[in-house]
Design a protein around this ligand. Structure first.
Ligand code: ADP
Length: 395
């Protein structure tokens, strides 16, 4: 029997949703409420199978108002006749800490733990919780499920997730690498394997290059290492996030410029990465444009960005003891042929060789005929993983 499941990805000022018919995995409606808490919030949605987008601009006070808008649109579309038809709501939740290695039905205890884990993911867990509370209020009959970014990485061996800090900070405070973007990396492995078979994807590196970015080494379907860490700040150069820096830089800057830890945290999360290096933009397209007009800082930013990706790929081939498949996904990975080309151009030593025409055309398989490694471009679908897990739990 088909069941209606909502997949929710709540950000600080946005709420993305997809309504699925499960287990058929048909998207009935997808949409976004953007600029929540502004007078000119934008609500867009699309009915599955139709090209036309509905768009309205209106004040949206908070996440509860955004959820009300979504529910009204679903009822208005005629795709559901009553709210009670939605049996489950799956929420992307950033941090599951040491508590959750799998998705879980949300009750008071789970909500408390998500709240408690806000110290580890201050930008995401609190807003994920706002989404959860809004649905609890407006869809009281639906069961809610938390699908954690961190769960997929719970298979990492301890040698990969431990930091070499005094051990008590691990046991008492949970300081370790957790990793994020789990739904995306899990989806990428599943899709690559569906297309190529398990043998061909036994040593896979998934490069999720969006505004946030992370790389994951996946051995026989299990995450064995990933570039984000205790928080989603670590690892690659991102749109506005720094990725890895020598930790000693932070007290140095704090002391020299009389900054407090909140100033430094904000600088690392919002003013660094491509934006900080280039002073152009956090968007790869803008930085590429500026570079083509001779902007050397844009060129530098892209050099560092690509170099960091190459370093991680190189190091993860050691975790995997080889490489069968390299996959690019998310905004940059799916759409930017020049970035994929630059990343791959120094990976010949691993047997990676791409076909320029296939790369330019964003084909699914972009490796050259004589490449020893499969190189793929796969659009990610985090919501589908959320919907699958939710249906498994509440269906
Ligand atoms: P998020 O991490 O916020 O989910 P996305 O995965 O949608 O974001 O990625 C957004 C980023 O993708 C943009 O900031 C932009 O840098 C990049 N992007 C999107 N399309 C292109 C493109 N055609 N070329 C280069 N970069 C692109």
């Amino acid at each position: 029997m088909s069941q209606k499941i909502l997949a929710i990805n709540a950000g600080s000022s946005s709420l993305k949703f997809k309504l699925y018919d499960m287990p058929e995995e048909v998207v009935l409606v997808s949409g976004l409420v953007d600029r929540i808490s502004h007078e000119d919030a934008v609500f867009t949605y699309k009915i599955g199978g139709h090209d036309d987008k509905h768009e309205t601009v209106q004040p949206v006070k908070d996440h509860t108002a955004a959820v009300q808008l979504v529910i009204d649109a679903l009822l208005g579309s005629g795709l559901i006749k009553d709210k009670s038809e939605i049996i489950g709501v799956g929420h992307r939740v950033s941090h599951g800490g040491r508590y959750y290695t799998k998705s879980v039905e949300i009750d008071d205890d789970v909500a408390e733990k998500i709240d408690e884990l806000s110290v580890l993911s201050p930008l995401h867990n609190p807003v994920n919780l706002l989404g959860i509370q809004a649905f609890e209020k407006l869809l009281p009959d639906a069961k809610e499920v938390a699908v954690f970014d961190t769960s997929f990485h719970s298979t990492m061996p301890r040698k990969a997730f431990m930091y070499a800090l005094p051990y008590k900070y691990y046991t008492e405070d949970g300081v370790r690498r957790y990793g994020f973007h789990g739904q995306s990396h899990q989806y990428i492995y599943g899709e690559a394997t569906r297309l190529l078979g398990e043998q061909a994807t036994s040593k896979l590196i998934s490069c999720h290059l969006g505004n946030g970015a992370s790389i994951c080494a996946i051995k026989d379907g299990k995450s064995v290492n990933t570039s984000m860490g205790f928080t989603p700040l670590a690892g690659l150069v991102m749109g506005t996030r720094s990725g890895d820096v020598d930790p000693e830089v932070l007290p140095f800057l704090e002391e020299k410029h009389h900054l407090n830890s909140e100033d430094v945290r904000s600088m690392l999360n919002h003013d660094s990465g491509l934006k900080g290096l280039s002073d152009v933009s956090n968007d790869v397209r803008d930085v590429l444009d500026a570079e083509s007009q001779g902007n050397d800082r844009a060129k530098l930013a892209l050099e560092v960005y690509v170099h960091q990706i190459q370093e991680y790929i190189g190091s993860y081939t050691t975790d995997l003891e080889g490489l069968t498949t390299l996959v690019f996904t998310a905004g940059v990975g799916e759409h930017s042929a020049p970035i994929r080309q630059r990343v791959c151009e120094r990976l010949g030593y691993l047997g990676v060789k791409i076909d320029d025409a296939k790369n330019q055309a964003n084909e699914v398989e972009i490796e050259a005929d004589d490449s020893r490694v499969k190189v793929m471009v796969i659009p990610t679908d985090e919501e589908l993983i959320i919907a699958r897990d939710t249906q498994k739990i509440v269906g």
